[in-house]
Design a protein around this ligand. Sequence first.
Ligand SMILES: Cc1ncc(COP(=O)(O)O)c(C=O)c1O
Length: 400
Amino acid sequence: MSFLSDALARVQPSPTIAITQTARERAAAGRDVISLSAGEPDFDTPDHVKDAAIAAIRDGRTKYTAPDGIPELKDAICAKFRRENGLDYTPAQVSVGSGGKQVLFNALIATLNPGDEVIVPAPYWVSYPDIVRLGGGTPVIVPAGIETGFKLTAEALEAAITPRTKWFLFNSPSNPTGAGYSRSELRALTDVLMRHPHVWVLSDDIYEHLAFDGFAFVTPAQVEPGLKDRTLTLNGVSKAYAMTGWRIGYAGGPEPLIAAMRKLQSQSTTNPCSISQWAALAALEGDQSFLADRAAAFRERRDMVVARLNACAGVICPVPEGAFYVYPDISGCIGKTSAGGRRIERDEDFCTALLEEHDVAVVFGAAFGLSPHFRVSYAASDEMLTQACDRIEAFCAGLT
Ligand SMILES: Cc1ncc(COP(=O)(O)O)c(C=O)c1O
């Protein structure tokens, strides 16, 4: 009899966290490492949010709360959904968890049974397939490659749906590509979903506020209100408000699903951190104008990184609509040998050689289910990005 559960054997540790850790260890050993592997903004949490958290501590808001969120925060989330997405949710249709990841985890674990299929377009955020597997479901990976701008087509979605499909996981703007679906691109998908009433939609909108060049963010339940009673609209404060460490995510959805998620959460983390909830309330209710300033800063970095990567031999880097990632194609580097003598058979070899020979940490495409690519998180200072691009260019120039 195995001590560890079979469910755990079905999942891998997060490769992005593993690479970030390796980069940290190399830096601790004295190497001049530039890590572009982590998915978090380099900006600081805004002061008014920090002040709200300090006030919450001083006011003694330091006890257990309702399992899926304090009423004040739920009200603010309902107001946010109305204001920014045109969606009407009641507080009973809202769940707050310890990060978007826990909310996603709750939704999948609360609903999946063996044999249930979950459609996951690739490249995907690394956690999607593993959480599905942990829940006993089967991820159905559907490629959405560079030729369609990393966006799933209606035909590919239609072909992936079976009588066993329980969820369709949708993420725009996306991690790892930054691709964002326009209203008409999303409409093509919602039209397919309307023909399959047994399929639920989980829309991960966590990068909503990181969109560029006038890209108009839309979410499935907004584009097709007919889907709202089988859609979970997921969001959080981590990325938009630079609050990754505070661990607050939330979702709006049908009440029975929210109740099932609450039941699960009440038996795991009990409630999200009380202090972080008051901080998230300040984020959602406070000044929003800095969001546009930060998005503009990210846009400048995106433009710089895309231009620099496209100048590297063997690299093709599309221009994404949002998030803070680019996902260049490196087909032109495969089959070559690095200046340090490493053979580049797969994108993982490319990233390992780049780290070992030039001390730049990026994440290989296979971790996200679509190769040969690598992901750059450009949530770093201009100086670091310039240096990293210099090193990547030198590395590519050395491939023979
Ligand atoms: C696509 C996507 N969804 C959800 C999350 C979860 O974010 P958090 O748990 O910090 O709210 C992340 C974080 O990297 C992400 O990239």
